[in-house]
Design a binder for this molecule. Structure first.
Ligand SMILES: [Zn+2]
Ligand SMILES: [Zn+2]
Length: 290
């Protein structure tokens, strides 16, 4: 069965919905809106940016990020850990594997990252996630495509990291689903939006320490029994926007392995850096996985 994008990914960004709403309103109609409707409408209008300006330098650009900013800020890292994609520029490693992965291997087999999670990309990823900057997704997918072309990894199907129904209602779209869809088109790979599911809602993991993250994410995913055949015996790649400790991708990989996936790759737009002396907050969660 061909991949069927979820309802989430068909939903236009709120900014576009607000623009469409504006064009359909009669003069003075805004005054008749209820207070919460007017607030939402105005917020959407304020978030809207005219097409053609770079999200980093704000100069004219046909792409979400101009060529100058891409060349200056989005150069691929010279070397990343083959297992967790951490930037190895300033870290000890053995044959392309970081010391943390040497000691505690993650559940996924390999990882790929396009960018370091640092300014300006951390700010732009927040806009994709929280401020409807959906037009960023193709540009981010292109960065991930180039990272893949530099170090190809085997995969026969792409699965977006799912978000909970609560988040879906709040946000109106799954940012990882948007990137995954654009990436699949570029790599010629099918994208299955209906295999990996969020079994329950979790609190925002960014505010938790590694142990709390692991406890919060445990059991948060399930594999849809009716579409499970799409991963049995296959090399699957899970696409997410950011990898921090790896706890979320680790848990998803665990579920996919139990469902019969032959191998699991973690493909992320951005990867947080790890200092030589990793603090608790930056330490990986792989060792804590059940
Ligand atoms: Zn620019
Ligand atoms: Zn590693």
């Amino acid at each position: 069965m061909p991949a069927r994008p979820s309802q989430v990914d068909k939903t236009p960004p709120r900014a576009l919905r607000a623009t469409a709403m504006a064009s359909s309103l009669a003069p003075g109609a805004l005054l008749r809106l209820k207070p919460d409707q007017a607030t939402g409408w105005l917020t959407g209008l304020m978030r809207w940016r005219p097409p053609g300006s770079c999200l980093v330098c704000h100069r004219w650009s046909a792409a979400a990020v101009c060529g100058h900013c891409t060349m200056r800020w989005a150069r691929p890292a010279p070397l990343r850990c083959q297992r967790c994609a951490v930037n190895l520029s300033h870290l000890p490693h053995a044959d392309g594997i970081c010391m943390d992965c040497e000691a505690h291997s993650p559940e996924f087999d390999r990882a790929l990252a396009a960018l370091d999670y640092a300014p300006p990309w951390s700010r732009l990823l927040a806009r994709l996630k929280f401020q409807d900057a959906c037009h960023l997704a193709p540009w981010l997918a292109e960065r991930l495509t180039q990272a893949w072309q530099a170090r190809p990894q085997i995969a026969s199907v792409i699965l977006p990291m799912p978000i909970s129904r609560v988040r879906l209602r709040e946000r109106g779209y799954n940012q990882s689903g948007l990137v995954a869809q654009a990436l699949g088109q570029r790599l010629g790979l099918p994208v299955a939006h209906d295999v990996l599911q969020r079994a329950r809602h979790t609190t925002r993991l960014m505010q938790l320490d590694p142990a709390q993250r692991q406890a919060e994410i445990a059991g948060a995913f399930s594999v849809n029994p009716s579409t499970r055949r799409r991963v049995i015996g296959r090399h699957v790649a899970v696409v997410d926007d950011v990898m921090t400790t790896g706890a979320t991708l680790n848990e998803a990989a665990l579920m996919l392995r139990e469902a019969g996936a032959r191998s699991v790759s973690a493909w992320v737009v951005a990867r947080t850096a790890r200092s030589r002396r990793a603090t608790d907050a930056a330490a990986p969660c792989f060792k804590d996985a059940p």
